[in-house]
Design a protein around this ligand. Sequence first.
Ligand code: DUC
Ligand code: ZN
Ligand code: ZN
Length: 495
Amino acid sequence: MDFDLIITNGLLATASDIAPLDVAIKAGKISLLAPHGVLDTSKAAKVIDAEGAYVTPGGIDTHVHLEEPPLFGGKGRSSDTFETGTRSAICGGTTTIVAFAPQAKYMPSLLEVLKDCHSRAAGNCYADYSFHMLVGSPNPTALSEFPQLVQEGITSLKIYMTYEALQLRDDQILDVLYTSRAHGITTMIHAENGDVLNWMTRKLEERQLFAPVYHATSRPQIVETEATNRAIALAELMDAPILIVHVSSPSAAKHIRESQTRGLPVYAETCPQYLFLTRADMAKTGDHGFEGAKCVCSPPPRDGVEDHEGIWLGLRNGTFTVLSSDHCPFMYEDKEKGKKSILSPEHPVGRFAGIPNGIPGIETRLPLTMSANKLPMTKFVEVTATNAAKLYGLYPRKGAVLPGVSDADLVIWYPEGRIKEGVTNGMLHHNVDYTPFEGREVTNWPRYTVLRGEVVWDRDGDGLVGRKGYGEFVRRGKSSLPGPRGEEEFDVSKF
Ligand code: DUC
Ligand code: ZN
Ligand code: ZN
């Protein structure tokens, strides 16, 4: 046989083009692209008829929390393991994830943290995977390990401007940016002003306002906007490339766009929760006033449709480089490690300040975004796969369909008009007892997911057909998007 698989009759959509092309796959790689009818399908071990539907590169989700300890308020622990999280990923069309390797404040070494994460993930993943370091303590040992991280294929890290367990002072942020820049690492920044939101929280609690919706009240847009502006200023000072993660607010997006217009290497990410959820979801009063906890995440979903429109615009006009899930899963009912770990007789509707921050969304990211029909197809591919590959050093092995070069990671969708249904938690494959997107209508879903040439999701056949352990660690290179201006323009001796 010349090929392992041929996908016929589809509309191949990449970040640059849409064309009626058949795709031939051999040994896990894209082998040939050809106009419909040219390839001899009898020369393939398997043929899939894509019936005039889109075929896109496999989704790349570069913001995923799996098997993490309590970090994000209260006692919440991620309910998804590498196994269940990556299982859910492939069933929603995502073939590569980048999860976090979290360093707590008391841990000196990042390399030790990375080793632990490798041991949790190895042999357990359904999707290909990598890690971003999550730097809770930029101590001298940790900073000295940056070159080794790059050698190990880890070329990005995340830092926080909030959360007791993680918040860095501005001078610590400068340490990270300075060292990252020197070694070609991209710094991801969670931009919320922790001191301000703690003050807001104290004031709300003094007034006995504890319900989940006050999580949003404690973090108005200005909390995110100020921190975003400060993060950009610190990065400009260090001439360091940054990505502002999970941007929720159109006013933060304006600062980002302005810095991009000035030519700074500032990138940004948004997530489906800022396109589909609002404060009203956190104000839901079911379950004795606690139901809104299902949508508590940080930054919080904003007020309404105008905010959503601002974020969609930022996706269309390039302000946002990537659309990730920020899959940060906690069980709702679990009273030890889940959202309900904050319920007590004294606080029967909990205390918003102790609700674990985060929501699941790894499986719904692509179908919800595709179904919204608000992005041109090429833009959809760009922000859900190709840009992530470029920014995080996976391109063109991932996020592209280049013969002889790219892994055969693909999603085959349904032809238009075939699907119209509401999302239910029962149809998802994560280890979470709810989805914040329950009931949202979708008009498409990955019909097949293909990872390195193997069908791993066959929605109309046996469903999940991938194997735990088939997912591989992917060693990443440096970002191929524009980086610092260069030594001649950045003279550190001036400090
Ligand atoms: N930030 C994240 O990136 N994920 C979940 C919680 C948070 O605040
Ligand atoms: Zn964050
Ligand atoms: Zn996150």
